[in-house]
Design a protein. Sequence first.
Length: 159
Amino acid sequence: MKVRKYKPEDIPAMLAIWNEVVEAGDAFPQEELLDEETGAKFFAEQSRTAVAEDEGEVLGLYILHPNNVGRCAHIANASYAVSATARGKHIGEALVFDSLRNAKALGFHILQFNAVVESNIHARHLYERIGFKQLGTIPRGFRMKNGRYANICPYIYEL
């Protein structure tokens, strides 16, 4: 498996993976699915968009971009998505490590996650094992697809 910058021909697979996570409604704040047009624009606007590929198949992706503007633009934010059929193969770990390298190369000083859902145990364990620090808990900060509210946990990693 390798992680590389995405290519336009990857977009259909990327859309399927991204939309799968959005549709699940338990990890990403987005509610609207991406289509070919909105997805191509969205992925192109990021500071870095990369995919995890194995034997020509896109299994996951990440987006990396500034978390804020101006005096806070040195802090990056990232989102990761792995196909449900490929989970448990350490693809998320490869994506996170690649995003850390690229965030540093792009001049960011910190990678911050604003809203890791507290129940997303696999992601939280991965981030903590890598060295991310949890900043606290925001009670009821995420509205799940079923309408109930879940706590979110912000994390940072100093590059």
